[in-house]
Design a protein around this ligand. Structure first.
Ligand SMILES: Cc1cc2nc3c(=O)[nH]c(=O)nc-3n(C[C@H](O)[C@H](O)[C@H](O)COP(=O)(O)O)c2cc1C
Ligand code: SF4
Ligand code: SF4
Length: 376
């Protein structure tokens, strides 16, 4: 098993169960049996909202999910009971780290929650600053001074390590990360869901759900990766990356973008905890196959290949075949070329290099990998 470190805690592997309804209540028992490196609970608040129904809508076209569940609907007392039960379960076998996520709108509320919850024996506290539905959260998330005030109060209130969860929508990202670091947090995680309307029925004119919701699942992964890389470029604090992780390959991408571990959320909602156990096993197999003994060998390796737009090399390449094309019915490369560099001539694709400006789109759309770019 490849261990990793998050906020000074050793995690037996880098697969984390992200906060959500799959990490609450009785479900915590199942989560603790998955052998994950850590479990972060659904966010605990001092005043909960009753749940509404329906609260999910899903698109099978792009595998994205909208939810309108703000945070946990359970009361603090209920949570304390669940966490105490989880502590007993940990004593009898599960070595997954248990991190309690809290949300609140003021330093004193967060400090109060953290103190109460710490007594249950959890390993760490995460402050969720990133929920895209509660307006108050949005305001704190982008304001370095408020992030500092809230985080430093929680750090002062407890003895366990504290992390903060940020979102892709956090304005002032580097200032917020710096403020969290100054406040004494030991880790950062992100991203939370993104504010969305997943669907509008064009016959009725109604959105599927009656309020803005949080967008999660596969389509948000590119946004998550960019956010994690940006955070990694401005801090040495350990990071848990999440957003659209469905398998070990997605999780490795997050590690290569600078994360120490990756969190899985929506994939559990859709496919059960098997999404976690499968990812742990397949990740381990991949690491062994690639003879990677320590995750530090790949952590952040993509960052050295990421430059500012001004810095990237300007040169124009041309497209060529890297194998013969056997798809007689296919015209995807031709359709994607804005420059008419690709044409069909007696059933054969012809390339006119003088028209090709090396944009690279046809290379990506080809289902058979028959095209590549070269420097003339
Ligand atoms: C139904 C649902 C409930 C969630 N509840 C919480 C929560 O209580 N606290 C939190 O920090 N994040 C919450 N999240 C966000 C996830 O932890 C995660 O950051 C986000 O969904 C992106 O990861 P994913 O694409 O793997 O789901 C929730 C997400 C979903 C889909
Ligand atoms: S690289 Fe761009 S311009 Fe060149 S053939 Fe392909 S799509 Fe056309
Ligand atoms: S996209 Fe690829 S497979 Fe399709 S016609 Fe072009 S080269 Fe052939």
């Amino acid at each position: 098993m490849h261990a990793t470190d998050f906020m000074g805690l050793s995690l037996k592997n880098p697969v984390v169960i992200a906060p959500g309804p799959w990490s609450r209540g009785e479900k915590l028992k199942d989560a603790l049996q998955c052998n994950a490196g850590a479990i972060i609970t659904e966010s605990i608040v001092s005043e909960s909202y009753a749940d509404t129904s329906p609260r999910y809508t899903y698109s099978s076209d792009n595998r994205g999910l909208q939810n309108i569940r703000l945070y946990s609907a359970a009361e603090l007392e209920e949570w304390i009971h669940w966490l105490e039960e989880a502590k007993k379960q940990k004593r009898y076998g599960s070595s997954s780290r248990l991190i309690a996520s809290i949300m609140g709108s003021s330093p004193s509320e967060l400090g109060y929650l953290a103190k109460k919850i710490e007594k249950t024996g959890i390993d760490g506290i995460e402050i969720g600053f990133a929920c895209p539905m509660g307006e108050g959260q949005d305001i704190i998330a982008g304001d370095p001074q408020r992030v500092y005030a809230c985080a430093s109060e929680v750090v002062r209130s407890v003895h366990v390590p504290v992390s903060v969860k940020l979102s892709a929508g956090t304005g002032n990202l580097s200032a917020v990360v710096e403020a969290a670091g100054k406040a004494g947090v030991s880790g950062i995680s992100g991203i939370d869901t993104l504010r969305c309307i997943l669907k509008i029925n064009i016959e009725t004119g109604k959105p599927d759900l009656p309020t803005y919701g949080g967008y999660s699942g596969a389509p948000i992964r590119p946004i998550g990766l960019a956010t994690i890389a940006s955070i990694a470029q401005c801090t040495d604090l350990p990071i848990i990356g999440m957003g659209g992780i469905e398998n070990y390959e997605n999780l490795i991408e997050y590690i290569m973008a600078g994360a120490s571990a990756g969190g899985i959320g929506t994939a559990i909602l859709l496919h059960g905890y098997e999404a976690v156990t499968r990812t742990i096993q397949e990740l381990e197999d991949w690491l062994q196959e690639h003879e990677i003994h320590d995750l530090s060998e790949i952590r952040g390796c993509a960052l050295s290949e990421l430059h500012s737009f001004e810095e990237i090399k300007r040169d124009i390449k041309k497209v060529r075949f890297s194998g013969s094309c056997s798809r007689t019915q296919c015209t995807e490369c031709i359709d994607s070329c804005l420059h008419d560099a690709l044409t069909l001539d007696h059933g054969q694709i012809r390339i006119d290099p003088s028209c090709c400006d090396g944009c690279g789109l046809c290379v990506n759309v080809c289902p058979e990998n028959r095209l590549s770019l070269y420097r003339p």
